[in-house]
Design a protein around this ligand. Structure first.
Ligand SMILES: Cc1cc2nc3c(=O)[nH]c(=O)nc-3n(C[C@H](O)[C@H](O)[C@H](O)COP(=O)(O)OP(=O)(O)OC[C@H]3O[C@@H](n4cnc5c(N)ncnc54)[C@H](O)[C@@H]3O)c2cc1C
Ligand SMILES: *[C@@H]1O[C@H](CO)[C@@H](O)[C@H](O)[C@H]1NC(C)=O
Ligand SMILES: *[C@@H]1O[C@H](CO)[C@@H](O)[C@H](O)[C@H]1NC(C)=O
Ligand SMILES: *[C@@H]1O[C@H](CO)[C@@H](O)[C@H](O)[C@H]1NC(C)=O
Ligand SMILES: *[C@@H]1O[C@H](CO)[C@@H](O)[C@H](O)[C@H]1NC(C)=O
Ligand SMILES: *[C@@H]1O[C@H](CO)[C@@H](O)[C@H](O)[C@H]1NC(C)=O
Ligand SMILES: *[C@@H]1O[C@H](CO)[C@@H](O)[C@H](O)[C@H]1NC(C)=O
Length: 527
């Protein structure tokens, strides 16, 4: 097969080259570059995929997919080399050559990692960038699609809608997320209560392993295929593409966004939402978003309710009247539209914007720090009132509450590495966003979100305090002496699935080539 031919021949040429260069005092990156060009297949030359700090477009390429301003500063460590692969052989070459020359690699698809782990490191590294590998190939007859790692969710949603009004895919709200990171970290969105996560709807994948070999589901085996569906791709290999199963949706669905302040009864509504959010019809997903707002010269909390209902408004009104009458949802609040239009609405794009905005890959990065929690027990009204009071004290920290239940509760905790299934009412995301440059502003805002997270301890899961891998948080497992304790973030992100992830890791990447500041360690490694 072509894949094994490649790794045999590449290993051979690496050996030849390293011998001829051994006498010189070339740096590891020079050797790496030599190795890459030595691998150039005449039909797929790699030279145009390579950017070094000497390239005039190096910074522009690097920054195009930095989605967090915290990691866009002059002080942010930069890669030694960027390989913006435009063919799978480039990925193979980058892996083989980086491994051989002892260079660490970071892998980036959409670049949304909350802590920048796909393009920042405390050690010297090369960046393997996947944005050029972004095809979306939809087969309507089989209701499946192959999507490459660098494809964005917007491109997938657009591609599906372009071929069918009644098919969709369960994935995230952020339209520029890359499938390489988003799917391998779980991937949740507004369809999760009916269809589960992205990973629950992935049926095949292509990956380059630590030997530079291209594997698919059959050749990688079920353990590795299990691990990359929620365990994070970056610990196991480079995801090239995924085969996804599309899901049916009605031609007309309903969206609403309404908000109530404390004075308008937000506490009672939120209290009732907590009671019913995970029990509602699987066709109904209602996100709640409590946020401090200024009303005249008073601060208050405004809780927004943002919903997707897989059906017409006339069926939604009685359902809401029965389950969440406190909100007083009116038919004027309900907007009927196609499923793809709801992806725009959830992204905050005004109604009527042409859907090709889904193809826009440009974002305006802000400074942010987000954290996550899971809620398993209802919060009392008194609890809610204390929480609102704390939010008003802190000012800028806000929350997104995403309801679980239904399909999410039916899937076993061990079915995929993503363990947050039955028993969760909702997930909290804590958000803080700021605009001022500099360490002082950053320290202050990060301090606020950490302090609120501390305050929330009594209301959320414990032992472990569960967190969502896609909401990457370097606070987890960061011990006071600055060392990282993998068993802490391992338990928080994966619960008991962490054991199996380490087993898979030990088999497929015993040398721990695929790593980052929060990856899965092989057993017995000095991590
Ligand atoms: C604005 C915004 C909205 C979001 N909305 C949602 C949401 O609705 N639902 C949700 O679940 N999450 C959401 N997220 C979180 C998002 O899912 C994660 O940040 C995800 O990791 C992003 O994937 P990426 O490819 O864009 O990021 P990257 O930063 O490129 O990658 C993230 C991680 O995956 C690794 N990785 C990337 N590509 C590959 C590859 N090809 N092979 C192996 N490893 C790879 C990286 O090394 C890194 O560790 C959101 C994030 C943002 C910033
Ligand atoms: C589908 O995509 C093609 C190619 O981008 C475009 O020409 C066509 O207008 C699209 N069709 C619809 C229905 O959006
Ligand atoms: C509360 O939220 C709703 C929905 O997001 C919004 O329309 C409304 O203006 C907000 N109210 C205040 C006082 O900010
Ligand atoms: C809401 O429910 C009440 C009582 O349960 C009923 O009287 C009323 O007609 C319902 N309203 C709507 C719009 O369904
Ligand atoms: C794409 O989105 C960015 C950020 O929101 C915006 O500034 C830009 O104008 C958009 N480009 C197009 C072509 O719509
Ligand atoms: C980890 O904790 C140490 C000590 O508290 C701190 O100095 C460091 O900045 C933390 N690291 C991260 C990534 O937050
Ligand atoms: C990688 O190659 C080595 C040496 O040929 C072999 O022992 C090992 O099993 C291979 N690893 C995988 C995951 O195929």
């Amino acid at each position: 097969m072509a894949a094994s031919w490649f790794s045999m021949s590449s290993l051979f040429s690496v050996l030849v080259f390293s011998v001829s260069w051994a006498a010189s005092d070339s740096s590891a990156e020079d050797l790496f570059l030599q190795c890459l060009s030595n691998h150039a297949q005449p039909s797929n030359p790699i030279s145009s995929a390579i950017y070094t700090p000497k390239s005039s477009s190096f910074l522009q390429v690097l920054q195009s997919y930095i989605r967090s301003r915290r990691f866009m500063t002059p002080e942010t460590p930069k890669p030694l080399v960027i390989v913006a692969a435009s063919h799978e052989s480039h990925v193979q070459a980058a892996v083989v050559c980086a491994k051989f020359h002892g260079l660490e690699m970071r892998i980036r698809s959409g670049g949304h990692d909350y802590e920048g782990l796909s393009y920042v490191s405390t050690v010297p590294f090369i960046l393997l960038d996947m944005f050029n590998l972004r095809s979306v190939t939809i087969d309507i007859a089989s209701e499946t699609a192959w999507v490459q790692a660098g494809a964005t969710l917007g491109e997938i949603y657009y591609g599906i809608a372009n071929k069918s009004k009644t098919l969709a895919f369960p994935a995230g709200v952020g339209l520029t997320l890359g499938t390489g990171g988003h799917f391998s970290g779980g991937g949740y969105g507004t369809l999760m209560r009916k269809y589960g996560l992205s990973v629950d709807n992935i049926i095949d994948a292509q990956l380059v392993d630590a030997n530079g070999t291209v594997l698919n589901r059959e050749s990688m085996g079920e353990d590795l295929f299990w691990a990359i569906r929620g365990g994070g791709g970056a610990s196991f290999g480079v995801i090239l593409s995924w085969k996804i199963k599309l899901v049916p949706v009605p031609e007309v669905v309903t969206y609403f966004k309404v908000g109530r302040t404390l004075e308008e009864g937000a506490t009672d509504i939120a209290y009732q939402w907590i009671k019913v959010a995970d029990k509602l019809s699987e066709d109904l997903f209602i996100r709640a978003q409590p946020q401090v707002v200024q009303k005249g010269d008073q601060k208050t909390v405004n809780v927004s309710f943002i919903a997707l209902f897989l059906g017409p408004a006339k069926d939604l009104i009685p359902l809401m009247n029965e389950s969440l009458p406190e909100l007083g949802l009116q038919s004027e609040d309900c907007l009927e539209m196609s499923w793809v239009e709801t992806t725009l609405a959830f992204a905050g794009i005004p109604k009527g914007t042409p859907p090709d905005v889904l193809l826009n890959r440009t974002t305006s990065p802000v400074y942010f720090k987000f954290k996550s929690d899971y809620v398993k027990e209802p919060i009392s009204k008194e609890g809610l009132e204390l929480i609102w009071k704390k939010m008003m004290e802190l000012g800028t920290v806000f929350m997104q509450w995403n309801p679980y239940g239904k399909r999410m509760s039916e899937i076993a905790e061990s079915a995929t590495p993503f363990p947050h299934r039955a028993g969760n009412i909702f997930k909290i995301q804590y958000l803080t966003i700021w605009t001022e440059d500099g360490k002082e502003a950053s320290d202050q805002s990060i301090g606020l979100v950490r302090s609120f997270y501390g305050f929330m301890t009594p209301y959320v899961s414990k032992s472990p305090r569960e967190s969502f891998l896609n909401y990457r948080d370097l606070d987890l497992g960061n011990t006071t002496n600055g060392n990282t304790d993998a068993s802490v973030y391992g338990a928080d992100y994966f619960k008991s699935n962490f054991e199996r992830l380490m087993q898979v890791k030990t088999i497929v990447d015993p040398d721990n080539f695929f790593k980052n500041e929060q990856s899965i360690p092989p057993r017995h490694s000095s991590f």
